[in-house]
Write a protein that binds this ligand. Sequence first.
Ligand SMILES: Cc1cc2nc3c(=O)[nH]c(=O)nc-3n(C[C@H](O)[C@H](O)[C@H](O)COP(=O)(O)OP(=O)(O)OC[C@H]3O[C@@H](n4cnc5c(N)ncnc54)[C@H](O)[C@@H]3O)c2cc1C
Length: 443
Amino acid sequence: MSTFVVVGAGLAAAKAVEELRDAGFDGSVVLYGAEPHRPYERPPLSKGYLLGDDELDSAFVHPETWYDDHGVELRLGTEVTGIDTTGRTVTAGGQQQPYDRLLLATGATPRHLAMADDSGVEVAYLRTMEDSRRLKGSFTEGGRIVIVGGGWIGLEVASAARKAGAEVTVLESLELPLVRVLGPEVAQVFADLHREHGVDLRTGIEIAEFAREGQRSVVRLGDGASLDTDLVVVGIGVTPNTALAERAGIDTDNGVLVDEGLRASAPGVLAAGDVANEQHPTLGRRVRVEHWDTAIEQGKAAAHSMLDEPVSYDRLPYFFTDQYDLGMEYVGSVGPDGYDEVVLRGDTSAAGGRTFTAFWLGRGRVLAAMHANDWDATDHLRGLVGREVDVPRLRDASVPLDDLARFRVRRVRLLDTGFVHSEVAPWTRPVPRGVVSKKTGGV
Ligand SMILES: Cc1cc2nc3c(=O)[nH]c(=O)nc-3n(C[C@H](O)[C@H](O)[C@H](O)COP(=O)(O)OP(=O)(O)OC[C@H]3O[C@@H](n4cnc5c(N)ncnc54)[C@H](O)[C@@H]3O)c2cc1C
């Protein structure tokens, strides 16, 4: 009987073991997790739970009994410390576990800011349930929170802290938050959103020092400004957990390098989720995606690859965020060559309800698309990404998106690889709480 081992009990791992059983795999499945919890989803840690809308328990991927019921041996609180790729064993807690297939789903770890960690100032990061509980407990009416980093995590924490009545300052070194992902046109919308909700958003800043002076915690900026704070939250990105793979001699470079079947360089070893750096068949370059949808879909795809079925993981990157009354979804990838133009349809202002769609165009195609608060647009956006589009009609907001998607685009080869864009899967994300859905008439 075959034994499949999965390292890292996060979302990608949970979806992989579920898919193995759904696909009829009847061998042994062993799932190792360094955290004490069974697999859970992380988005609620900065949204539903942190906002006080949901219980933390709702984040678990499966009910507690699911693993026993499906013959998945869950070894929690157990870090895998070694892999012997020749003998096909992993080492954990001093014990050796043989495998026929091994899936690395070890995720990522927040980047630390040593100058803050070593300063004596209270510093928090957000990755785990414990981190989220601690943060939530520290949000008080009038409490002073300084957030370092205007990325997704920093801005979602800002939104939750404002809801709790805290005074929030966000420090961003670039000219706008999220500008690397969204470009200045759309990043400005997020800057306005936060300022309108009372966040003191400071951009283009340099931090000179974090200091503990008696009972005071102070953040000093390069421009001479000084901020008193009760807590510093650092959200400056993550690094993939590749140390285990590196020690085993598996090829890594900004993640575990995998092919389109999510296979790593060692026989029988695969990777999925935040840790996987895939040679993406339709994008034609390596991508490592740190998002919920990729963890789910790569987890499932990896299961089929473990079963030696042919797999070509060509799903486009997708992510979402909810901040205040703005819910957004983004699909596609602009890539290292950037974009030529952004087309905005709808109204990006607060007065207009910030209901809009945005399209990043480059090399004659739609490279990426997003909507804010326009839940009817989601399927059309996914249909347009990767395709040539009639740009004047795209700019003309009176032309319905489904006209553009259905009649005015033609399938194109994205690359010379011979693959065509084959996305058909519907988006599965539920409309978030508090965001008005045109589909349902409100949630
Ligand atoms: C607060 C927060 C909010 C987010 N919100 C969004 C969102 O709104 N939208 C979105 O698209 N994405 C969001 N994400 C990103 C999304 O949650 C991640 O992309 C997803 O969790 C990745 O899943 P994973 O299974 O690859 O890795 P992880 O969830 O990181 O799981 C990996 C697990 O492996 C364990 N592990 C590591 N090494 C070992 C080892 N050697 N032995 C045993 N176990 C090990 C780790 O402890 C961890 O539990 C958010 C992330 C965070 C932190």
